[in-house]
Design a protein around this ligand. Structure first.
Ligand SMILES: Cc1cc2nc3c(=O)[nH]c(=O)nc-3n(C[C@H](O)[C@H](O)[C@H](O)COP(=O)(O)OP(=O)(O)OC[C@H]3O[C@@H](n4cnc5c(N)ncnc54)[C@H](O)[C@@H]3O)c2cc1C
Length: 194
């Protein structure tokens, strides 16, 4: 169990409405498609990247386990808090399509955006996002990236990793890094987005 002082600090980051530790939430976030159940100690809904950074920095310093979660449709158990800790749920707030860059034919998204919502949005402007896991109507792009999801169109068009041009990511110590760019060729050394 996480100490109340830790919950209080996390509450000071995200606000009282964005942290839950009541039984109903712990049950709702204790499973994924494996149907295995592990209850977390709390569920936190970051509002933006800085919240994620602040949460990870604090949890890293205090050795509190963090488990990121999209829609919980994964079959790998990756979203399960097998050893307790905090569920970091990206679906409530960090679910926006930020930009469609027509010149580079690139979409800029937050990780909690649903795959199908993204597909529909780019198709409306004449673009095409091929990765189509059978969970496309509810799985998130963050979960798709993490699981490298792909569906029936994979044989012809590839899978999620073939469509990730760049990432902003928060490291366990809270540092925010950027890897890759909107262009296919952008490095002279290690390609950290590749
Ligand atoms: C009915 C059904 C059909 C499916 N069909 C397919 C299919 O055709 N092809 C396929 O590849 N998969 C399929 N899946 C599996 C699953 O949908 C995919 O793996 C999907 O990509 C998971 O997305 P999610 O948002 O549910 O992620 P979650 O299950 O919530 O999380 C999956 C993993 O990603 C991590 N994660 C999530 N968001 C982030 C983030 N923002 N930052 C860092 N880590 C993160 C989690 O910690 C976890 O390890 C299917 C699942 C179901 C239930």
């Amino acid at each position: 169990m996480i100490d109340k002082k830790h919950l209080d600090y996390l509450t000071s980051i995200v606000g009282i409405e964005n942290i839950k530790s009541d039984k109903a939430h712990l049950i709702a976030f204790c499973y994924d498609a494996t149907r295995t159940r592990f209850e977390p100690d709390a569920v936190v809904f970051p509002r933006h990247e800085q919240d994620v950074s602040d949460i990870l920095k604090y949890c890293n310093e205090h050795q509190i386990i963090i488990v990121p979660r999209g829609a919980g449709s994964g079959f790998t158990g990756g979203a399960l808090p097998a050893n307790g800790g905090i569920i970091l749920s990206l679906e409530r707030h960090m679910n926006k399509l930020l930009e469609i860059d027509m010149e580079n034919m690139v979409g800029v998204v937050q990780p909690g955006l649903i795959n199908m919502q993204f597909q529909k949005a780019v198709e409306e402007v004449g673009l095409f996002y091929p990765p189509d896991p059978a969970s496309e109507e509810y799985s998130t792009l963050g979960g798709n990236v993490s699981e490298n999801a792909g569906g029936m169109r994979a044989a012809k068009y590839g899978i999620t990793k073939d469509y990730v041009m760049a990432l902003r990511a928060v490291l366990p110590n809270g540092d925010i890094i950027v890897a890759g760019k909107k262009t296919i060729k952008d490095v002279a050394g290690y390609n950290t987005a590749g």
